[in-house]
Write a protein that binds this ligand. Structure first.
Ligand code: F6R
Ligand code: MG
Ligand code: MG
Length: 365
């Protein structure tokens, strides 16, 4: 019997402004998932938040894209939204694009990462949750975990990883996908993956036996809704050890706080700061963007853990560096490359400015 892990997340309201999900929202989701566990729809669950996003980490036997599981998550977010509205939380229900469930939560606002696998004798899994950034923020760290020998020693010295991994890459603009093999097609893959707002890693698969290794949420809420309705803060599930990167290789890429799009008004580049749960609360200029890592052992579907993996003093230098980069980037104010290029901004006054200036532009001789 296979186990499925579904991580489904949405921002349905926060304190103060787009800060942190209110505990009452998490408590409501807990209550609903507890009932689903009692009724044996879920095997286990863990409810958490990263900043203003509420994350439902669920295990079950229903497989990926299961209607009942998606509906359960949708209903939990709907009920949490009702509380958020009562408390007049900021952005109450902001990620729910519809109030009626239509069979699959994808396309309805929430972000989804899911994978199904047959449990190994011991199966460590790391769930990453981000706030104030976009799915492409995972391109660099996921690539490094599964294809960069300077990050993952196992790619070189462990025969069970040595053959490499396949990357399923989504073009989120054209709604197309392509699968590329690493290391053979590494340079071609990087030619795509460097464009983080367009090409995003959706899945990583072990080449030896097609075993699923990682799954990432790739929803782009702003594209789905047609107009800006909030940032599509991503989540990822990564399996580790015995044929996959070791847990320490999985979290290693985040020791470098790389620049990602998001931050204030979803319109700025800033460093991705790795944080323990207690600091998953972006404040300064609504950021800088955060990522947390929760480690679990999966035991017959039970979620044993979590271990709060970035709550480690070895990540203090990365946090310090991220804070320094945040200072440096902020000093650019409204200038690129702190502010995103015009076509990537989620707020823009440019059309209005251009309208006002109509007739005032003259040809340059
Ligand atoms: C970024 C984010 C925040 C808001 C900002 C303005 O993803 O959520 O930075 O964009 O606080 O929010 P509004 O327009 O709701 O006042
Ligand atoms: Mg919000
Ligand atoms: Mg958020």
């Amino acid at each position: 019997m296979k186990t499925t892990i579904s991580v489904i997340k949405a921002d349905v309201g926060s304190v103060a402004g787009h800060g942190i999900a209110h505990p009452a929202l998490l408590a409501k989701c807990e209550e609903i998932l507890a009932k689903a566990k009692e009724e044996e729809l879920l095997t286990d669950y863990y409810v958490t938040n990263c900043g203003d996003d509420t994350e439902l980490i669920m295990t079950h036997k229903q497989g990926e894209e299961n209607k009942e599981i998606h509906e359960l998550a949708f209903n939990a977010f709907m009920e949490a939204t009702a509380i958020a509205k009562d408390l007049k939380l900021y952005g109450a229900g902001q990620d729910l694009l519809s109030d009626t469930f239509s069979g699959n939560i994808k396309g309805m606002g929430p972000g989804v990462a899911e994978m199904e696998f047959k449990e190994r004798p011991s199966d460590p899994v790391v769930v990453f949750c981000c706030d104030k950034t976009e799915p492409g923020a995972f391109n660099l760290p996921i690539f490094r975990m599964f294809a960069d020998p300077f990050n993952t020693a196992g790619l070189v010295i462990d025969p069970s990883l040595h053959n490499g991994y396949k990357f399923e890459i989504f073009d989120v603009m054209e709604h197309k996908k392509v699968t590329m093999n690493c290391p053979e097609e590494m340079y071609d893959a990087l030619a795509l993956l460097g464009s983080i707002s367009r090409y995003v890693i959706k899945r990583v698969i072990r080449k030896d036996d097609n075993e699923i290794a990682a799954a990432i949420s790739t929803e782009r809420l702003n594209l789905m809704a047609g107009s800006y309705v909030g940032k599509d803060d991503p989540v990822a599930i990564v399996r580790s050890q015995s044929g996959f990167p070791a847990a320490g290789e999985v979290v290693e890429p985040f020791a470098f706080p790389h620049l990602v799009g998001g931050w204030m008004r979803g319109s700025h580049n800033g460093p991705l700061m790795p944080v323990g749960q207690k600091n998953a609360y972006p404040v300064r200029f609504d950021g800088p963007p955060r990522v947390m890592a929760l480690g679990f052992q999966i035991a017959d579907g039970e979620l044993v853990g979590p271990a709060d993996m970035f709550d480690d003093p070895a990540y203090d230098p990365a946090r310090k560096q991220a804070a320094e980069i945040a200072d440096y980037m902020r000093r650019h104010g409204p200038f690129e490359p702190h502010r995103l290029p015009a076509d990537e901004m989620e707020y823009t006054s440019l059309p209005g400015v251009m309208e006002k200036l109509e007739g005032r532009f003259e040809d340059i001789d």
